[in-house]
Design a protein around this ligand. Structure first.
Ligand SMILES: *Cc1c(COP(=O)(O)O)cnc(C)c1O
Length: 218
């Protein structure tokens, strides 16, 4: 696979789903990839990237941003309180708001620095104990709290359980978004982004299908 073939199959899925060309944003997930591979896609004109760890992004992206204009960076991994400020300075979009406390921290820092990334609320659609994300039952309350704080929440994000049919989780996420008046749907990875687009994904997060397999993370 490669950037071109992923772009092409996204266009095909958009057409097949009767959706407008360009309605799906491809987030190229560059975590733990060799920097040459990332540079190659920047040279091909891609500008939207996702990272899981604040520290790794801080080491990699400031210098890439000096070389390439217009980069948009998305945080896809868990957000810790003590890294929130750094995350808000580095990232344009954060996909992993999952508890009231972190929402309040983001609001406080946004007041101080005078800007705030766009936000997705992460939903633990499979209610897996080890996984981040607010439960489907609590998502409405968290979104209300974010809105009361004036935070720019644009959608919902999920990572379905590996052993379950992803389409069911994508459908649930879409229903929760509609119920809460949100348009953004961050769902679908290398193995299932086609399905996610058919279910209405606005943002797909694709790593290995673009860059190749990752070295196992420690
Ligand atoms: C790593 C990761 C991805 C990309 O996974 P691939 O299977 O390589 O496409 C997408 N979303 C999140 C949250 C990730 O951590």
């Amino acid at each position: 696979m490669s950037l071109d073939s992923v772009r092409e199959s996204i266009s095909e899925e958009e057409r097949a789903a009767g959706r407008a060309a360009g309605s799906v944003t491809l987030i190229a997930v560059s975590k733990v990839q060799p920097v040459e591979r990332v540079v190659a896609t920047l040279q091909q004109g891609h500008r939207v990237y996702g990272e899981n760890r604040v520290q790794e992004a801080a080491e990699k992206w400031p210098s890439l941003r000096e070389q390439f204009d217009g980069v948009e960076l998305h945080l896809l991994g868990p957000l810790q309180s003590n890294k929130t400020r750094q995350a808000m300075e580095l990232f344009d979009v954060i996909h992993t708001v999952d508890r009231p406390k972190i929402a309040r921290t983001i609001a406080r820092i946004a007041d101080e620095i005078g800007r705030c990334p766009e936000l997705f609320v992460q939903v633990n659609t499979g209610e897996e104990p080890q996984k981040a994300g607010v439960t489907p039952d609590d998502v409405g309350a968290l979104i209300s709290e974010c809105r009361d704080l004036g935070l720019p929440v644009i959608g919902l994000m999920c990572i379905p359980p590996v052993e379950e049919e992803a389409a069911l989780h994508f459908a649930l996420l879409k229903k929760l978004a509609q119920r809460n008046g949100l348009e953004g749907l961050s769902m679908g990875m290398s193995g299932d982004y086609g399905k996610a687009i058919r279910q209405g994904a606005t943002h797909v997060r694709v790593g290995s299908a673009i860059f190749g397999e990752r070295e196992p993370q420690g």
